[in-house]
Design a protein around this ligand. Structure first.
Ligand code: ADP
Ligand code: G3P
Length: 495
């Protein structure tokens, strides 16, 4: 019997029906509006998240020929925060999206007061507005009567998965999974429990939090009227964690990187929650049979977005795939370096105020050299992440990088990545790794598929990109990149 996987992302909701051996049969996708009420604020209307999810689910089932669905798996944009009233099921404020920076001051204040080491120790995260905790408190402090309603037990908080399950089950389940909990900054990832100390620090009432379950677990039954009968929800994971599962990165030392607008790389560190000394995040990759598997995570804000900039900002190409042909015409003797710090630099630099730059321009530099530098910038940024991972976790030897996401369609970008990393880059046959991961969790819980060991052997490679650059050239180019990044960082703050 097929599985329905729901992927509620930052810009669109997708639903895919998979056969029980995880072959995609049909899919549907709806975009929904983004709201930017002030500079640095990003909101979603929770009703849009719900209606686009329900509509794509129905459309995908219909396209697949209306089969009877065995189970549902959910994956979601992480950290995005919804607070709703248990009595009505309606959100009391728009969802505050992970990109939203409105609580930067709160985070800075807590940092100044010296709280970051304890927060990082418990949660594996940095004191940054990216995560849910300060967003929940902001909603409670800015919606009339919210603190009072919360004190009376009327309000519920959830990441998007949790809100969708509440709606799917008609308020019968207030749950989440360990991967989503690990992004809230309220969850102790080693104890596997909500932290009363962190709830007190961030001023979030403990009673608002959902129950945390494994990533493959019984999360509840859907309302019968939604899909014609009740369907069990058996899998949940945050989208980057679901991609890790979909890529079958089930062994310590395996790494996946997802290249969409930005890039998120996760390294499986097994049952050890490695505390990063290089400003990577420690997070839960998945939790099966009550046992968390940890990961080190690095995020880059601009990956595919640099190709969008070539297209929409510089108008050097008309569509993203054209970047390959343009970059192929570049004169290799020109050493142009582009640092696409359009919205600051992410891991391992974490320089929110840094801005982009291009180095090494001559009269001979043209669109081809810029296109090549743009593709290489994604490789250099990834190399910085894998270098940081290697410093944090010496168990990482010469690992292969498994890649997915829109940008991995570009062979030249993947070749540049392998050359700069000095390690092979593997692209899977199924590029839909995120929904696949959600489907796998539900299928496994439903008893339709074998465990991780089988998934490891069933994972199939579509292409491998071997590094061709000689090590001396690679290191020299990476050293130039590092100098360029340092120059960009030193510009910040100068008049
Ligand atoms: N053939 C291609 N070559 C290079 N970049 C591409 C190509 N196709 C898509 N992209 C880039 O991939 C990104 C879209 O990937 P996707 O996984 O859909 O992202 P998201 O989920 O973040 O919206 C865009 O930023 C786009 O520029
Ligand atoms: O919805 P995406 O693919 O942009 O992913 C968002 C991440 O989960 C944010 O942490």
């Amino acid at each position: 019997m097929p599985i329905l996987a729901l992927d509620q992302g930052t810009t669109s909701s997708r639903a895919v029906v998979f056969s029980d051996d995880l072959v995609p049969l049909a899919s549907a996708q709806h975009e929904f509006p983004q709201h930017f009420p002030h500079s640095g604020w990003v909101e979603h209307d929770p009703e849009d998240l719900w209606s686009s999810t329900a509509a794509t689910a129905r459309a995908a089932i219909e396209k697949a020929g209306a089969p009877s669905i065995a189970a549902i798996g959910i994956t979601n944009q992480r950290e995005t925060t919804v607070v709703w009233d248990r009595r009505t099921g309606r959100a009391i404020h728009n969802a505050i999206v992970w990109q939203d920076r409105r609580t930067a001051d709160t985070c800075a204040r807590l940092k100044e007061a010296g709280h970051e080491p304890a927060v990082t120790e418990a949660t594996g995260l940095l004191l940054d507005p990216y995560f849910s905790a300060t967003k929940v408190a902001w909603i409670l402090d800015h919606v009339d009567g919210a603190r009072e309603a919360a004190a009376q037990g009327h309000l519920a908080f959830g990441t998007v998965d949790s809100f969708l399950v509440w709606r799917l089950t008609n308020g019968r389940a207030h749950v989440t999974d360990a991967t989503n909990a690990s992004r809230t900054m309220l969850y102790d990832i080693r104890r596997g429990a909500w932290s009363d100390e962190l709830c007190a620090l961030f001023d979030v009432p403990r009673a608002m939090l959902p129950e945390v379950r494994d990533s493959a677990a019984d999360f509840g039954m859907t309302r019968a009227d939604l899909f014609g009968r009740e369907i069990p929800i058996l899998g949940i994971a945050g989208d980057q964690q679901a991609a890790t599962v979909g890529q079958a990165c089930f062994r310590p030392g395996m790494i996946k990187a997802t290249y969409g607008t930005g890039c998120f790389a996760l390294l499986n560190t097994g049952d050890t929650a490695v505390q990063s000394r290089n400003r990577l995040l420690t997070t839960i990759a998945y939790q099966l049979d009550g046992k968390p598997t940890y990961a080190l995570e690095g995020s880059i804000f601009v990956a595919g977005a640099v190709v969008q900039w070539l297209r929409d900002g510089l108008r050097l190409i008309r569509s993203a795939p054209e970047v390959a042909g343009l970059a192929a015409r570049a004169d290799h003797s020109q050493q142009v370096i582009m640092v696409p710090a359009f919205t600051g630099l992410g891991a391992p630099w974490w320089e929110p105020e840094a801005r982009g730059a291009v180095f090494g321009l001559t009269r001979a530099t043209g669109p081809a050299e810029l296109a090549r530098a743009a593709l290489e910038s994604v490789g250099f940024q990834t190399r910085d992440l894998t270098d940081a991972m290697r410093r944090d976790w010496p168990g990482l030897s010469e690992s292969v990088l498994r890649v997915d996401g829109g940008m991995t369609a570009s062979d030249p970008a993947m070749q540049a990545l392998a050359d700069i990393l000095g390690a092979p880059v593997d692209r899977p046959t199924d590029p839909e790794t995120t929904v696949r991961g959600a489907a796998w969790l539900a299928a496994w819980r439903a008893g339709l598929t074998d465990g991780p060991e089988t998934a490891l052997t069933e994972w199939k490679r579509e292409a491998r990109f071997e590094p061709h650059l000689d090590p001396a050239t690679r290191e020299a180019r990476h050293a130039r990149w590092t100098r360029a990044v340092r120059a960009v960082i030193s510009m910040h703050g100068e008049a």
